[in-house]
Design a protein around this ligand. Structure first.
Ligand code: SF4
Ligand code: SF4
Length: 169
């Protein structure tokens, strides 16, 4: 048979346990509610919502081939040799066009391919380009199923459509 002192102590333990249970639950819930109502979310509803990238972000490269003079400086600067350029002389007497910054286009660009699977986005190629036709776009959505598909041909007909899409992004 328990004494009055023992009974008193078990009541105390019961209420102190109850108090602890309620107070720790409230503490935990307070952290949850703080994140639900007061803290700004750090995630976004991608792809409906997209991050606005910093102006100088270096994403997939784009060559505006109309302004490329086939000088190969970008390929020479590339530390991983992932830019493939081919060109040929213009036929005798052909009109020498100019780039938008006034440089003569003396060669006909026949291949401009970048293997973006190898590219390390260092930006050296864009820095040396004398006509500034090679730039980093803000397009970061270019995953592919095969490594080969990571090679982008900037003379391909669909490049214009891609450029229009990334300008809107
Ligand atoms: S960003 Fe760097 S690694 Fe990529 S193609 Fe240009 S120079 Fe090469
Ligand atoms: S450096 Fe610029 S102009 Fe020269 S080949 Fe490369 S992209 Fe074309």
């Amino acid at each position: 048979m328990s004494t009055a002192v023992e009974q008193n102590s078990s009541f105390k333990n019961y209420f102190s346990g109850l108090f602890n249970g309620i107070s720790t639950t409230l503490k935990g819930m307070w952290i949850t509610f703080r994140y639900v109502w007061a803290v700004k979310p750090v995630s976004i509803e991608y792809p409906e919502v997209r991050e606005v990238l910093p102006e100088r972000a270096r994403m997939r490269l784009f060559n505006d081939s109309q302004n490329c003079i086939s000088c190969t400086q970008c390929a020479m600067a590339c530390p991983v040799d992932c830019i493939y350029i081919a060109s040929e002389k213009l036929p005798e007497g052909a009109e020498i066009k100019k780039t938008s910054n006034g440089q003569a286009i003396r060669l006909k660009l026949t291949q401009f391919t970048i293997d973006t699977a190898l590219c390390c986005y260092c930006g050296l190629c864009t820095t040396v380009c004398p006509t500034e036709c090679l730039t980093h776009s803000h397009d970061y959505e270019f995953s592919q199923y095969t490594i080969d598909a990571m090679k982008y041909d900037y003379l391909a007909p669909d490049v214009k459509a891609w450029r229009d899409r990334i300008v809107k992004v």
